[in-house]
Design a binder for this molecule. Structure first.
Ligand SMILES: Cc1cc2nc3c(=O)[nH]c(=O)nc-3n(C[C@H](O)[C@H](O)[C@H](O)COP(=O)(O)O)c2cc1C
Length: 191
């Protein structure tokens, strides 16, 4: 059983949860490859049984790099493959999220969502500098993005998710995908 965890990251936080997810899959016995979306050759996706895709939330949705990667999936033959989406985002009312969009594209490609999209929550930086210390709003915003950090425990959560998803998939008598067998949909927190 082979899995690909493909991600986009600007400041390294999505990479951290992607690696934790991959580590969990590996512990469950799944041969797992990590790759930045820019390095993924779309034709190679056919080699994997499970494809997990995640990236940061930019302007309430997926980042530009992720959007163009998702656009490139249109020509790939992915129907019936297991898939999962994830993102990093703030836990705020208007924060939006990239994972919902990623998941809907994966569904449109005919992939089977084996675990509900999961978010790694980002925390605002400590206000060690005052807004007035910045040249302008753009500089302030950049500083703020650079200094956000993952909420404690997110990597552990993602590693656990990887392990649970991997264990369930390893328990399946493959290939159930594409047949009339019921699809095992894993709920969050399932053992
Ligand atoms: C241009 C830009 C726009 C952003 N817009 C949002 C947003 O709409 N909602 C949100 O929750 N976070 C937003 N963020 C914060 C990102 O979610 C955060 O930088 C990202 O999750 C960190 O992941 P990374 O370290 O992998 O790049 C934005 C960040 C950048 C750089």
């Amino acid at each position: 059983m082979r899995a690909l965890v493909a991600y986009h990251t600007l400041y390294g936080n999505t990479e951290r949860i992607a690696r934790a997810l991959g580590a969990g899959l590996g512990t469950a016995g799944i041969e797992t490859v990590m790759a930045k979306v820019d390095d993924v050759v779309v034709g190679s996706l056919e080699r994997y049984d499970l494809v997990c895709i995640g990236g940061p939330t930019h302007y309430r949705t997926a980042s530009e790099a992720m959007q163009s990667f998702l656009d490139s999936l249109a020509g790939a033959s992915l129907s019936g493959k297991a898939a999962m989406a994830f993102d990093t985002r703030r836990d705020a009312p208007l924060a939006g999220g990239a994972a919902g969009h990623i998941e809907s594209v994966l569904r449109k490609c005919g992939m089977l969502i084996v675990r509900r999209a999961q978010s790694g929550i980002m925390l605002e930086p400590e206000l060690s500098r005052k807004k007035e210390d910045f040249i302008d709003k753009a500089e302030w915003k950049e500083w703020r993005h650079k200094n956000e950090r993952l909420q404690e425990g997110e990597e552990v959560e993602f590693e656990l998710t990887g392990f649970q998803v991997g264990r369930k998939l390893m328990g399946c008598s493959f290939p159930p995908w594409g047949t009339n067998m019921p699809i095992p949909v894993l709920s969050q927190g399932a053992d």
